[in-house]
Design a binder for this molecule. Structure first.
Ligand SMILES: Cc1cc2nc3c(=O)[nH]c(=O)nc-3n(C[C@H](O)[C@H](O)[C@H](O)COP(=O)(O)OP(=O)(O)OC[C@H]3O[C@@H](n4cnc5c(N)ncnc54)[C@H](O)[C@@H]3O)c2cc1C
Length: 569
């Protein structure tokens, strides 16, 4: 994949940072294809009633058709920003301002494709140092402007969009030029990383020195470490490496008049954790310029193995027992039967022995065990560490798998999953082009309530589809296990009618309400933004919201940093 060229900035020079498509996920020229996946079209037809053979395909939106509100930034302010960051790093270009308006949720993509842009940032600035960030912040204070920090633009909670009624000048402060791993403290396993570094960039720099951050969200390719911290992100190997809340030990946050510095202690008893206040702050407390991350030596061995379980109940019980046991895998993930069907349907056409195994031997074994394809659940379990440790972990896990009636299917599916996971995000644009909407909702809950959340959420989504009179789809996997519970991650899709966002809202609302009604959090790793804010008080109590509101208003009395996110009033 090559990153898309970006349009000229104010000075006429190319922008210094590569961006995703203005209308969709990822880079130009890359998309989802199903021609080599024979099971995909029949699956989509059965799941949401969409016939891929006959569905009209939307043409790629043309930027020339979009009407972008004119910038409200004064020439003097733009000149002042250019004096700080350099003329080539400040832009009022329409396309760049649109790229910085939204994240990549279904709601974002529908609106941007429709040219629905009630308010866009007035100016985009790409500072090249922490001093320049501080300069931009001071200039914004003097101007009475708003700053919205921008990492990769991959969030799906509405964490970036300016409020439509915002009358002040809006600066999108893009951290993309701050992308260096500055230093690795080898004795402590701590790396100082500039906040704008995207996943592949920082991981390559760490790998070159023999280290890894171990944080691999599915959006890894296009999200930044500053964004991970600001949204409390979680990556696929979190069972071993922790969530970003564990990984980010030290922080530097530029604020008006100074830099908030959290030193990277492994743990600290120094009052309510300011580090934790910055985690998940979605730009409201200032601009994160640097993260000191806990990093690990690249493991000698890294293996992902596939397992089948006879059904969801057995699979869930096995994941819980693994979390309680001495085993410490890097990944524990299990798909429900629907998601298992989806995964099998998106597999590439098989050939030779592989085909014989998949189409003849495996179904034969399953029949012999009395399993049905409608119930089986596919699980991926990851092991990392020394060869000896991987062996030991596998032994411990596989004893549990067997106790719950599961069966190993080798490393093949794991390798495939590892390769595919960063490409799957392109699927949403593919569906949108053909009149279908797809998005996700996820939460964490205690083990004792996970099944209840699962059953209620599936029922709530189906009731929402019924209320809309449409055939919809919902599937789920469990990932990110903890001692006391785990994350359930739901994916839903449907063919939309005249009001895609309204119909999406109906389904999304039903799912989120089910989460809080049954003991789950409003999100495990996507943050709050504006999308999840309506349920915040039900999650953390009205008193909790009041404490958070006090934090935001005292730390930012002018409301200049990404206002009305997390708490929207
Ligand atoms: C297809 C897809 C898959 C995804 N998979 C995962 C996943 O597996 N795990 C996961 O956790 N998330 C996932 N996400 C969500 C998203 O990638 C995360 O929320 C990510 O952490 C956002 O990082 P970003 O750099 O793109 O931030 P942005 O979208 O640019 O910004 C998000 C918020 O953080 C603020 N912010 C960004 N940088 C800074 C900074 N330096 N200082 C202060 N505030 C800042 C912004 O103002 C905004 O409020 C996925 C999203 C998509 C579209």
């Amino acid at each position: 994949m090559t990153d898309t060229a970006v349009p000229a900035v104010s000075s006429g020079a190319a922008a210094p940072v590569a961006h995703m498509k203005w209308w969709g996920w990822g880079v130009e020229g890359v998309g989802f294809h199903h021609e080599d996946k024979p099971g995909f079209a029949p699956f989509v037809l059965q799941a949401v009633g969409l016939d891929l053979a006959t569905a009209p395909v939307a043409t790629e939106p043309a930027f020339e058709d979009v009407s972008v509100p004119a910038t409200r930034a004064s020439a003097a302010f733009v000149a002042r920003l250019a004096g700080i960051a350099g003329d080539a790093h400040v832009s009022t270009d329409d396309r760049l301002r649109v790229i910085h308006t939204y994240g990549k949720s279904l709601r974002d993509l529908v609106r941007v494709r429709a040219g629905e842009l009630p308010r866009v940032p007035d100016v985009v600035v790409y500072p090249g140092s922490e001093e320049e960030v501080a300069g931009v912040v001071e200039a914004a204070v003097a101007e009475g402007a708003v700053i919205i920090p921008f990492g990769g633009g991959s969030n799906i909670a509405g964490s970036l969009e300016p409020h439509p009624d915002e009358a002040r000048t809006i600066v999108s402060l893009d951290l993309g030029r701050l992308r260096e791993v500055l230093d690795v403290d080898e004795a402590s396993g701590l790396a100082r990383i500039q906040a704008g570094a995207l996943g592949p960039d920082l991981e390559a720099q760490l790998n070159a020195r023999g280290w890894t951050i171990g944080h691999f969200p599915d959006s890894f390719t296009h999200s930044s470490i500053g964004g991970w911290v600001a949204t409390r992100s979680s990556g696929m190997q979190s069972d071993r490496y922790g969530d970003i809340a564990d990984i980010a030990r030290g922080l530097r946050v530029v604020r008006p008049g100074g830099v908030l510095v959290i030193r990277p202690a492994p743990s600290a008893s120094n009052g309510p954790s300011v580090r934790e206040m910055v985690l998940g702050s979605e730009g409201r407390l200032g601009v994160i310029t640097e993260v000191t991350a806990q990093v690990r030596r690249i493991a000698e061995r890294r293996v992902i193995r596939g397992y089948f379980f006879p059904n969801w109940t057995a699979g869930l019980a096995a994941m819980q027992e693994i979390a309680e046991s001495d085993a410490a895998p890097s990944i524990t993930r299990i798909s429900d039967a629907r998601e298992t069907g989806f995964t099998l349907a998106t597999s590439k056409e098989r050939h030779g022995v592989d085909r014989l195994l998949a189409e003849k031997a495996l179904p034969g074994i399953m029949r012999g065990k009395g399993w049905t394809l409608d119930d089986i659940c596919l699980s991926f379990i990851g092991y990392e560490g020394s060869a000896e440790n991987v062996k030991r972990q596998r032994r411990l896990v596989e004893a549990i798998v067997r106790r719950h009636g599961g069966m190993g299917i080798g490393t093949g599916p794991g390798v495939l999953y590892d390769q595919k996971k960063f490409d799957t995000p392109y699927l949403r644009d593919f569906l949108l082009d053909r009149g279908a909407a797809g998005d996700v909702s996820e939460m964490a809950a205690p083990w004792s309530r996970l099944r209840e959340v699962y059953d209620s959420t599936i029922a709530a989504a189906n009731a929402a589809y019924d209320s809309l009179g449409i055939k919809g789809w919902i599937m789920c996997h469990l990932s990110h296990s903890y001692h006391s519970g785990a994350c359930l991650y739901f994916t839903f899709a449907f063919v939309f009618g005249d009001d895609p966002v309204g119909e999406y809202d109906t389904v999304k609302r039903a799912i989120q309400q089910s989460f809080v009604d049954h003991g789950g959090s409003i999100s495990h790793h996507h943050g709050v933004g504006v999308e999840h804010a309506p349920w915040l008080a039900q999650d953390i109590s009205p008193e909790g919201v009041a404490v958070m509101a006090g934090l935001f208003s005292s730390a930012d009395p002018a409301g200049m940093f990404n206002p009305r996110k997390v708490i929207t009033s």
